[in-house]
Design a protein around this ligand. Structure first.
Ligand code: MRU
Length: 361
């Protein structure tokens, strides 16, 4: 069932939630924003996969939460006669959802948590295991809210009133359950009268910065200016940017970080102009099993996203070759700090990240 709701501030909506009967995962369809606010209900594994793959729900933490709630909703529908069949079904759904997007580690992190719960209660009836899955999915969702708030508090210590902040893509409320990661210090500062000026890169090709970041910051009363991706050097050179705050899809053990394509360009330019770059990431985004950025799998996306999407008609020549990676890796040497819910990691990242990850376990 689709719902169309108008005249409500975008910040009043949950990015991801359960419906009242807990029979569906309800998401805001982010492909329709900012023009149309539409919530859609996802009930099947195919609907969940498609929503994640097509970026109807997107942002590393939000896809983790959607998948965890999805596993619970799918478990509730099961007709599995015994616990072994139930567990096999769950693993199949988990692997299917995990394959929707490869770069953001939060997706597999959340799904692994769900599988671990099922495994540790494997001998119990499907109904009993489903009750445990519900508890875990809701814990993942609620933790995301608390974690983003803490990131906001640590991030705010890096800023002063009146600062200019540049951000890339959308690591905002729409990418999480609430507050966002890179935007959490901005929202907290807004509440406390810091008067930040934010520059939002439009973020080609899917325009998450223009459609989502500019939208949610403006709806929250933040002073936001939209710029094209190729304008960041100009605003930095003009002295308008005091810090860059971005989100992240995977942090390697050495501090290399994968985030939306174009982040590494912003970081390199910021380094040239002596502007610190802070990556905001929950500890669930730290992947100790990935030694460095070279080991991060980068999602490749369809050419049409570059040549056609958002244009009234195709704007590129027919059959032109297109390279469309969704993410790039920012070398740790370009990053001034990685802001987590347990504090700020600094060089040497192998040590500081391992310590923060340890605090989460
Ligand atoms: O392809 P997307 O829109 O899912 O990419 C999102 C990003 O790159 C975000 O910066 C990242 O997931 C962090 S969200 C808090």
């Amino acid at each position: 069932m689709n719902q169309q709701t108008e005249n409500k501030n975008i910040m009043d909506y949950d990015t991801v939630r359960l419906d009242e009967e807990e029979s569906a995962v309800v998401i805001l369809d982010q492909t329709k924003l900012p023009g149309t606010i539409e919530e859609i209900s996802l009930r099947t594994a195919e609907e969940l996969y498609e929503a994640i793959y097509l970026l109807k729900v997107r942002g590393a933490p939000a896809i983790g939460v959607a998948a965890a709630l999805g596993i619970y909703v799918l478990a509730k529908q099961t007709k599995a006669p015994d616990s072994d069949t139930f567990y096999r079904e769950l693993v199949k759904n988990k692997e299917y959802l995990e394959s929707a997007r490869p770069t953001a580690v939060n997706l597999s992190w959340a799904l692994n948590r769900m599988q671990s719960v099922a495994l540790s209660h494997r001998g119990e009836t499907p109904a009993a295991v489903t009750a445990h899955l519900r508890e875990e999915a809701i814990a993942i969702w609620q933790e995301d809210i608390r974690v983003c708030k803490k990131i906001g508090e640590y991030g705010l210590t890096l800023l002063k009133p009146g600062d200019g902040i540049l951000t890339h893509c959308n690591a905002g409320q729409l990418a999480t359950s609430r507050y966002g990661t890179a935007t959490a210090p901005i929202y907290l500062g807004q509440e406390r009268g810091y008067g930040f000026r934010v520059f939002a890169d439009e973020t080609r090709p899917l325009l998450q910065g223009a459609r989502l970041t500019a939208y949610e910051l403006k709806a929250s009363g933040v002073d936001v200016t939209l710029i094209c991706d190729n304008m960041s050097a100009s605003v930095m050179k003009n002295g308008w940017v005091d810090a860059v705050f971005v989100g992240c899809d995977r942090v390697a053990a050495n501090g290399d970080t994968a985030n939306k394509i174009g982040t590494s360009v912003v970081a390199a330019v910021a380094k040239y102009y002596g502007i610190p770059v802070y990556v905001c990431a929950p500890t669930s985004t730290i992947d100790p099993d990935t030694p460095d950025g070279d080991a991060i799998r980068i999602e490749q996306r369809p050419a049409e996203e570059v040549t056609e999407m958002w244009y009234r008609r195709r704007m590129a020549p027919d059959d032109v070759k297109v390279y469309n990676p969704a993410f790039d890796v920012t070398d740790h040497g370009l990053i001034a700090g990685i802001v987590t819910e347990y504090g700020i990691a600094r060089e040497p990242y192998e040590i500081s990240l391992a310590k923060l990850k340890g605090m989460a376990e």
